[in-house]
Design a binder for this molecule. Structure first.
Ligand SMILES: Nc1nc2c(c(=O)[nH]1)N[C@H]1C(S)=C(S)[C@@H](COP(=O)(O)OP(=O)(O)OC[C@H]3O[C@@H](n4cnc5c(=O)[nH]c(N)nc54)[C@H](O)[C@@H]3O)O[C@H]1N2
Ligand SMILES: Nc1nc2c(c(=O)[nH]1)N[C@H]1C(S)=C(S)[C@@H](COP(=O)(O)OP(=O)(O)OC[C@H]3O[C@@H](n4cnc5c(=O)[nH]c(N)nc54)[C@H](O)[C@@H]3O)O[C@H]1N2
Ligand SMILES: [Mo]
Length: 758
């Protein structure tokens, strides 16, 4: 067993009483009605509400409480008793609110009325839905089609998302970027390139059969806590877990199951990781190459001895391409280089490699620690290389497991929210709706921001999200966002994006998934797709926060009716009255994925839409799974230099993306503030700093643009030398919009080149 040094600052294992205390604190902050507790007991179960937080799957054999600390926080945040009505603006101007913290904006509560920005008073004022739609429609009709963007954050259900994509295409463009452009686009593009699947290959049953899990840059304790249950079960049956992460994340160290009375009372901890390798930020390619080297060397020994091969040669021959050049590179690369680039010692990589070899079935798990890098797609290809060596894809108990963020981020892509036309069955759309869909590819987030900067983008519709706060070059983004002709943001809560209104700006308040969505045909259900490609229906039961709220679907159709000319095939009203009609359209458009959609809506655990790579059918250009010889050993676009640090931007367990629930990052022992820069003690000393000193981070991207973030307290933390940490989204002012994954354009948020100024 490795010596795992937990952060001395940490409050102890993930889960446990800390988790219960944290939920109780948010309960006190938000004061939701007591019935929220009832809502929680139905969460993620058939007939209940699918969590609005992350995309972790819903098991068929669910626990009595199938929710986690963060799901509970997200639920309470949606069902808060606080309201942000029109009278809020009697006391506040937009300019004044820009000085508020994200936390304080969130605390204002649920939005209750449609609002229009009034430049004269610098406030939002109440507007009727009809008036808002009419004005939005007039402006959209007057603008060049290419200048309008239809963004979505991964919240809205499949039904609203399908119609949103239809709206954009019927309007005349494919400008449908999504939050995944900042997140798992690296997977959609990079994984697809090497195994022909834009999504993970693992399903729930695989978790129950795996002998080992290899974690690369994914933090289940904070970001997908329900993952800790199958991990705990896996540990109990003897499976091994190996983690590569610069930060010692408590959830990957140990876990006390907050839903097990015995564990809670006895304080029984499950140790999660058998080996914890603190790789340098951006050092995973070298680390994984080292693992592959251990496998190849073991195979060489087996061949010499005439014993059973370590490589799965039959699989490699039948199913893969590129093996020879990859192996040549593995042999060529020396340990000194691997150690330097990964920041890990050979012996540690060897121990991890032995675990990989000893395991019959391995799952490779990854998250933002791999995807948000300049060579993010290469990171992903390296995970696949490692898995392919021993046939660990398309086999029970094995596979590739990217863990998605937003609850329906994967599903929105499945039903047409995509800027790349090749992903869309345009012929089906033409057949169904009798129009010629636009053939030009639309814009990604990076290109949309650059389009804004160049003045080419003139209007943004946002179906959820907080784009101004989520993107790189946030300061420049604020200015160019406000220069547009029109911004329409469909939201549940006030956020920073609303504070940079365009010439015409609207906030359209929507229902949360917990709330009843009563339309002409009665209370409607929506559906979402999880990280394992299972689709589940979700029915809200709570009384809406305000009588004036509309569903996301009704807002989409409301805009469609004013932005587009009437067309007999576009039956916006009928679809709004009965969402099952939209599901029929989805089934017709994507028959393989959505067979018997309406009939299977409430199947326990969701219905599986299948994945060819899971069956070892490779939809790549080569029709094989692809080994990739990496062209570089780190994931960076820059080299090491004196005084230059790799800044990784972190999430705490007390936030959901740009929504800040509180200032307690209890797993990392940081309380009461987010204005910190985490550094190793040796880096603090070497830089001539002292703990507690207030410093400024400045961008070292080298494009001559001054980007800075001041007021950060130097805080000692267990990190590899040269790697430092600060919180997302605050640190977004430091990243450059041109600093992104080469292949997919996902912003490289996990190794931003910075310097420290005092
Ligand atoms: N509570 C909570 N839950 C969430 C979210 C949230 O903000 N809060 N966000 C949701 C969303 S949209 C998403 S996409 C997911 C994100 O969930 P994750 O994919 O877990 O994302 P992060 O926490 O940003 O980063 C993951 C881990 O990568 C590590 N890391 C950073 N750089 C590197 C590196 O170079 N190599 C390696 N190996 N590791 C590295 C970090 O230390 C961190 O532990 O979570 C979802 N769930
Ligand atoms: N530096 C750095 N930048 C990053 C990241 C990082 O790790 N580091 N992570 C990136 C990632 S992974 C992602 S996914 C993006 C996130 O980018 P976004 O998805 O744009 O941001 P969120 O913070 O998830 O959006 C929060 C807002 O969504 C609205 N909202 C909440 N629930 C609903 C709902 O049910 N319906 C509607 N219509 N609106 C709702 C609320 O108004 C809330 O304020 O940020 C990215 N940016
Ligand atoms: Mo995400």
């Amino acid at each position: 067993m490795a010596d795992i040094i937990a952060n001395p600052e940490s409050e102890g294992p993930s889960g446990g009483w800390g988790s219960v205390k944290s939920i109780a604190r948010i309960y006190g902050d938000t004061r939701p009605p007591v019935a929220v507790l009832e809502a929680l007991t139905h969460q993620n179960k058939p007939g209940g509400v699918m969590c609005v937080s992350c995309a972790w799957p819903k098991p068929v054999n669910y626990h009595p409480f199938e929710f986690c600390e963060n799901g509970a926080k997200a639920t309470m945040a949606d069902l808060t008793s606080a309201r942000c009505g029109p009278d809020f603006w009697n006391d506040h101007t937009v300019t004044e609110l820009r000085d508020w913290k994200d936390y304080d904006l969130e605390q204002t509560g649920r939005l209750t009325h449609p609002l229009r920005y009034d430049a004269g008073t610098d406030r939002y004022v109440e507007v009727t839905w009809d008036e808002a739609f009419e004005k939005i429609g007039d402006t959209l009709k007057s603008l060049p089609k290419e200048s309008v963007v239809f963004y979505s954050s991964g919240h809205a259900g499949l039904e609203a998302s399908y119609l949103y994509a239809l709206l954009a295409r019927a309007y005349g463009n494919n400008n449908l970027p999504q939050s995944s452009n900042m997140c798992h686009e690296t997977t959609s593009v990079g994984l697809n390139k090497v195994i022909g699947s834009p999504v993970g290959t693992v399903i729930w049953e695989d978790l129950e059969k795996a002998d080992a899990f290899f974690f690369f840059g994914q933090n289940p304790g904070s970001n997908s806590p329900r993952f800790l249950h199958p991990l705990q079960e896996a540990k109990n049956r003897g499976a091994r877990i190996v983690t590569f992460n610069p930060v010692v994340e408590q959830g990957l160290v140990s876990f006390v199951n907050p839903q097990s009375p015995v564990d809670m009372l006895t304080g029984h901890e499950t140790q999660i990781s058998d080996e914890y390798l603190q790789v340098r930020a951006g050092g995973d390619i070298a680390a994984m190459l080292g693992l592959c080297k251990v496998v190849v060397e073991a195979d060489d020994r087996a061949v010499a001895k005439g014993s059973e091969r370590v490589l799965d040669i039959a699989f490699i021959n039948e199913h893969t391409t590129g093996f020879d050049s990859f192996i040549a590179l593995v042999r060529q690369t020396g340990w000194a280089e691997i150690e330097r680039e990964s920041g890990l010692i050979e012996a540690a990589i060897r121990r991890a490699g032995e675990i990989y070899i000893a395991a019959e079935r391995v799952i490779g798990v990854y998250g933002m620690g791999l995807t948000q890098h300049y060579q993010g797609a290469l990171n992903v290809a390296m995970v696949v290389n490692l898995l392919l060596l021993r046939g660990n894809i398309g086999r029970e108990g094995a596979g590739c497991c990217p863990v998605r963020g937003h609850s329906n981020v994967q599903g929105q892509r499945t039903v047409g929210i995509a800027e790349k036309t090749k992903l869309i069955p345009m012929d089906k759309l033409k057949q169904l709706f009798d129009f010629d869909p636009p053939i030009k590819d639309g814009t990604t987030i990076v290109d949309a921001v650059k389009g804004l900067m160049a003045g080419k983008i003139k209007a943004f519709i946002s179906l959820g999200g907080n784009l101004v706060r989520a993107v790189p070059d946030q300061k420049a983004m604020q200015d160019v966002w406000a220069r547009q002709d029109l911004t329409v943001v469909v939201s549940t809560k006030l956020n920073r994006t609303h504070l940079f209104p365009a010439k015409q700006a609207y906030i359209l308040p929507c229902l949360s998934r917990f709330e009843m969505d009563v339309q002409a045909g009665g209370n409607q259900s929506v559906s979402t797709e999880d990280s394992f490609s299972h689709i589940s229906g979700s029915t809200g039961k709570r009384t809406p926060a305000s009588k004036l709220l509309k569903s996301e679907l009704a807002i989409v159709t409301g805009i469609a009716k004013v932005a587009l000319d009437p067309h007999p095939k576009l039956k916006w009203d009928a679809w709004t009255g009965d969402y099952s009609l939209v599901r029929d359209l989805i089934e017709f458009t994507y028959p393989k994925d959505f067979k018997d959609y309406n009939a299977r809506l409430f199947q326990p655990g969701g219905f599986y839409r299948g994945n060819d790579a899971h069956e070892r059918v490779w939809n790549t250009e080569e029709k094989k799974a692809v080994f990739t010889a990496p062209k570089q050993l780190n994931a960076l676009s820059f080299g090491d230099a004196d005084g230059r640090f790799r800044l990784l931007t972190m999430r705490s367990n007390d936030q959901f993306n740009t929504t800040i629930y509180g200032y307690s990052d209890r797993f990392r022992g940081i309380e009461g503030t987010r204005d910190v820069v985490l550094m190793s003690k040796s880096d603090i000393d070497a830089a001539g700093l002292v703990e507690g000193q207030i410093v400024k981070l400045v961008s070292d991207f080298g494009d001559g643009i001054r980007r800075e973030l001041g007021g950060l307290k130097v805080t000692a933390h267990n990190l590899p030398s040269g790697t430092i940490g600060a919180y997302y989204p605050e640190a977004n002012v430091l990243n450059a919009i041109d600093h992104h994954d080469e292949l997919s354009k996902t912003p490289a948020s996990k190794a931003i080149p910075v310097r420290i100024e005092v």
